[in-house]
Design a protein around this ligand. Sequence first.
Ligand SMILES: C[S@@+](CC[C@H](N)C(=O)[O-])C[C@H]1O[C@@H](n2cnc3c(N)ncnc32)[C@H](O)[C@@H]1O
Length: 170
Amino acid sequence: MTRAASPDNIAVTVQFIPLMGSVEDGIVESFRHGGGLPYSAFPRFHEVMAEDSGQTVVAALTDHILPLVPGLTERLKEGIDVLDVGCGSGRALNLLARRFPNSSFVGYDFSEEAIAHARAEAEGHGTKNVRFEVKDAAALEEEASYDLITTFDAVHDQAKPTKVLSISKI
Ligand SMILES: C[S@@+](CC[C@H](N)C(=O)[O-])C[C@H]1O[C@@H](n2cnc3c(N)ncnc32)[C@H](O)[C@@H]1O
């Protein structure tokens, strides 16, 4: 089965089935005794997630998601400061950085592996207006101020969602 990029290609999503199967015992253990499994326990998680995001978030970003906020595309063209929380492998933010060279973009993710992918993509394209940092969004103290804070497919992952959602008030 090919995993050619297309929002309708289920071959990307079904990769999660064997991936979940490989951590089943640990998940059952966690239900029985409490706790949880770190992302690092899920083989190829960030790789598969980046492909999945390419079909969902990235494919819809400029034509469908940005226009949901009136005037946002114009402000991005003019130049604003953007933070993406739980940026994963950074595909969405890297695309935005290339598309809107007058704006500045910062991506946070607490996975070193994901941030390494994100930085490599930015470097590969020579994109200068984006940087990526390994940071836990639930443990932020003082933050620079941003005109726009995005989070794609990452709030439901949170152990402390209220803490992360309060970032806009830091
Ligand atoms: C479902 S993935 C989505 C990644 C990316 N936004 C995308 O669309 O491909 C969720 C991401 O959130 C990150 N994450 C979860 N909790 C986090 C936290 N407290 N601080 C920083 N990153 C976090 C994970 O490492 C993972 O990369």
